[in-house]
Design a binder for this molecule. Structure first.
Ligand code: DGL
Length: 273
């Protein structure tokens, strides 16, 4: 694979909405010298209930929008897009492309003691069986139990992260999964860490929640290193944000979650691509 030599170029990160900020935050913390440009495809969220062909098309347009910003690496901070579109993106792009499923699967294998792992995600991600495949490649002794939880994404996008409504939905989704005596639950959608308090409450103390964000940040650091793309030129990189729909709600949610102001949130026209 060819790589761009401009070490000062940004790392592009995308998701259907605010969920990928859970990955963005860990990359920002781990690699403060890198410039990051985040794209939330808010005009087309959710991805999780769309067909594979549609998600591949959406992912390709997100990549094109980010490539216009001259990125040196692409992080697919969306499990659904990683499940359906990672291979297509890697085939088409001449920069390193990192998804979130392999990192999440690795984290699960490291954490589980009993080898009984639950995976929750969008309908799309769960239907591909991607987590199960990778977890069982890494640890053939593992038993993997999966459940699609489609209503979690609109609650996370709304910032509705506690209260009786989401609690009841979590109980309904997780009830059968928890009967399998799992000790590790993979939050296989980047929106779900926003709901981790309620999910942890329902799952109980015996279950460790695992997500892809930390492991993905480590994979990004390792890939920058291996490709000679580490930005050694500046002390602090820039952070910018793009959305395909209005920016007010995204800005509010983003500032709340990241804990700092979002200086630029720019609308980009997904129709033009
Ligand atoms: N956050 C995304 C994921 O990890 C997509 C959620 C959605 O748009 O349905 O799958």
């Amino acid at each position: 694979m060819k790589t761009r030599s401009n070490i000062q170029a940004s790392i592009g990160i995308f998701d259907s909405g605010v969920g990928g900020l859970t990955v963005f935050r860990r990359i920002e913390q781990a690699l403060p010298r890198e410039s990051l440009v985040y794209l939330g495809d808010t005009a087309r969220v959710p991805y999780g209930s769309k067909s594979g062909a549609t998600v591949v098309r959406y992912a390709k347009t997100c990549a094109k929008l980010l490539l216009q910003r001259d990125i040196k690496m692409l992080v697919v901070a969306c499990n659904t897009a990683s499940a359906y579109a990672l291979d297509a993106l890697r085939d088409n792009l001449d920069i390193p492309v990192i998804g979130v499923i392999e990192p999440g699967a690795k984290a699960a294998c490291r954490h589980t003691q009993t080898g009984r792992v639950g995976v929750i995600g969008t309908r799309g991600t769960i239907s591909t069986g991607s987590y199960e495949k990778i977890i069982r490649q890494l640890r053939p002794d593992c038993l993997v139990y999966s459940k699609a939880c489609p209503l979690f994404v609109p609650f996370a996008e709304e910032g509705w992260t506690s209260g009786p409504a989401i609690h009841e939905i979590a109980e309904t989704y997780l009830g059968d999964l928890l009967k399998n005596e799992i000790d590790t639950l993979v939050l296989g959608c980047t929106h779900y860490p926003l709901l981790s308090d309620v999910i942890a409450e329902v799952a109980g103390e015996a279950v460790t929640l695992v997500d892809s964000a930390g492991e993905t940040a480590r994979a990004v650091a390792a890939t920058l290193e291996a490709s000679g793309l580490v930005n050694t030129a500046v002390a602090r990189g820039t952070l910018s944000f793009l959305v395909t729909d209005g920016h007010t709600h995204f800005r509010e949610m983003g500032e709340q979650f990241l804990g700092h102001p979002l200086d630029t949130v720019e609308w980009v026209d997904v129709q033009e691509i």
